[in-house]
Design a protein around this ligand. Structure first.
Ligand code: FES
Length: 579
């Protein structure tokens, strides 16, 4: 039984339904219009089930069904659950990039919660941007919430071999371009790589972000590891419904859960899982919404000291999220991290993190490794700085060939994706394995929207010679399922005049991972001369959301939130007047 800190008349929804006035008459009569009676809401927390179900989002296709499970749990705990549809941004179909709309999800979530008579919220998400977007908005709204992760899809299969989301698409595409697999085999991969609803089942951005949400205390213990198609996912959904009702009575608001300790725990878990590079951008944004200080250099420091112990693709060679679940899941991984985590951090359960993870068994210690036998001692993420990226750039050392850890080579620069696409399959392209491939004008403003173009395609000329990796640099992001020697998130981006804009084909570029540096070996005078003649490109948008986006989005090292949504404008906006 939870400890009630609130009385029924202190419920937020009571402001809508309680008073004996004309406005509340309207609210009550409209509830009755939906077939509800005063017994359904009087003295009961009203819980919004923010559902991102959509037939344009295969990762969330089961959410229509799961919302009923959540509703059942809410009713069991004495609340009233009301399903509210929200924008559903799918990673695969949304163009030019789903990242253009993460802040839209956040704004819609925040305003939906604030403007309605909701005492608590269940957030249903999982496909990449939905986890940060929903949670950023709910943090700013400030009412108790719990995050219900969509769960990974079943592992892919083709011809008896398991297939991983994204990673195997890139791999087989390179083989197709090199002419080593047939069209029939390619079609077989296409049909086998996504076998059920649920989010991508590699340790891509979706798995990374739901793990981060759980480690931050926003999910029930173990929730993020349950495969979407497992019956346990339905049971977990009902548990979310039961729990959020108690969270309302306990007044367990986000500020009590998302503390500096919780954010640090989330960052450490991200490193230990071999997280997507996108974790950097989203973690920075989530922390800042909660008023918790987090900088790129904090993440680099954690990357140096946290062993990668989840042996999951793309950092691992074989296993996928289903294997991770059967090996013990995130609870077991967190327990392995021991006192690296602050086990006293309070989670959405109202109890310390330790209560949810202590003694969680590991059933396969090749999948969830002990700290004494990591996949990599360090290296989930590293932050580089230098005259090409004074505000930082990110690389995932664990996913690239160590021979590139210290590299010098001539740049081959493309100003746009179409320009690169037109050249990359030219078998006579003047490129060597030492070249450094560069794509610029692909950042938050230049992309536009910071697309996942950073795993630049290997030139066909090199593929034919048997090469499968080279040093690549971009101000774009890359998919969490991608791999290779890719330097990403270069800040400031070229489109707004970052130094990457001044690089020329043939300039020598040097990356030193140990020293965490990335530089163009060009004289200062020459750089100054190039800057003097640099011309800013025309803005990408004349109207609409894109126009607002380009005026207010921050750079990668700031988390790409809108300037006016950060906590310097107040942790939460005022409650609405109800007249
Ligand atoms: Fe939805 Fe990968 S496409 S998580």
């Amino acid at each position: 039984m939870s400890q009630h800190k609130k009385t029924a008349d202190q419920l937020r929804s009571a402001r809508w339904f309680g008073p004996d006035d004309l406005r509340s008459f309207g609210h009550r009569s409209r509830m009755m219009q939906m077939g509800l009676s005063p017994e359904d809401w009087e003295g009961r927390p009203v819980i919004g089930i923010l559902n991102t179900w959509s037939e344009m989002n295969p990762c969330h296709l089961h959410f229509r069904d799961r919302a009923e499970d959540v509703k059942k749990g809410i009713a069991q705990a004495g609340g009233l659950g009301l399903e509210i549809p929200t924008i559903s941004i799918d990673e695969s179909f949304t163009k030019p990039t789903s990242m253009l709309y993460r802040n839209m999800i956040a704004m819609e979530t925040e305003e939906t919660i604030r403007s309605h008579p909701l005492d608590g919220v269940v957030l249903m998400g999982g496909c990449d941007k939905s986890t940060p977007g929903l949670t950023m908005g709910a943090i700013s709204a400030g009412v108790p919430f719990i995050f219900l992760p969509a769960g990974p899809m079943l592992r892919g299969n083709y011809a008896g071999k398991s297939l991983g989301s994204g990673s195997d698409a890139w791999k087989y595409w390179d083989e197709r371009r090199a002419g080593t697999i047939t069209s029939e085999e390619w079609v077989g991969v296409e049909g086998g790589i996504a076998r059920s609803y649920g989010h991508c089942m590699t340790m891509g951005t979706a798995s990374t972000m739901t793990a981060i949400a759980e480690a931050m205390g926003l999910c029930l213990p173990g929730a993020s590891s349950i495969p979407a198609a497992d019956a346990g996912h339905k049971r977990m959904s009902a548990s979310c419904g039961r729990r959020i009702v108690d969270m309302v009575w306990e007044d367990l608001t986000p500020d009590k859960v998302i503390t500096p300790a919780a954010v640090r725990n989330a960052a450490i878990v991200a490193m230990a899982t071999g997280c997507s590079t996108n974790a950097v951008v989203h973690l920075l944004a989530m922390a800042r919404r909660a008023g918790v200080s987090l900088e790129l250099d904090d993440l680099d420091a954690l990357g140096r000291t946290t062993p990668l112990i989840a042996n999951i693709r793309p950092s691992g060679a074989e296993y996928l999220m289903e294997d991770f679940y059967f090996a013990g899941g995130l609870r077991a991984l967190m327990d392995q991290l021991g006192d690296k985590l602050d086990r006293d951090a309070i989670t959405c359960t109202g109890k310390p993190l330790a209560d949810g993870i202590a003694g969680a068994p590991v059933y396969n210690d090749d999948v969830i490794r002990p700290l004494s036998n990591p996949v990599y001692k360090e290296g989930s993420l590293a932050v580089l700085r230098g005259n090409l990226c004074p505000d930082g750039a990110v690389i995932k050392p664990a996913a690239c060939d160590p021979k590139f850890y210290h590299h010098e080579g001539p740049a081959l620069v493309f100003d746009s994706y179409p320009e690169m696409k037109a050249a990359i399959d030219d078998e006579n392209l003047d490129v060597t394995p030492d070249h450094v491939l560069v794509l610029r004008n692909a950042g938050p403003q230049g992309g536009p929207g910071f697309p996942e173009w950073g795993m630049l395609p290997m030139p066909k000329a090199l593929l034919k010679q048997g090469h499968r990796d080279m040093l690549r640099i971009s101000d774009a992001r890359m998919s969490g399922t991608s791999y290779g020697a890719c330097i990403l998130h270069v800040a400031p981006e070229a489109f707004i005049g970052g130094p990457l804009a001044l690089l020329k084909t043939g300039d020598i570029v040097r990356m030193d991972l140990e020293a965490r540096t990335l530089d163009m070996l060009v004289d200062e005078d020459e750089i100054t001369a190039r800057r003097a003649v640099w011309v800013a490109p025309a803005p990408r948008y004349e109207r609409g959301w894109g126009y607002m986006f380009q005026r207010h989005v921050g750079q990668a090292d700031q988390g790409c939130d809108f300037d006016y949504l950060t906590t310097q404008f107040g942790a939460a906006a005022a409650e609405p007047d109800i007249h």
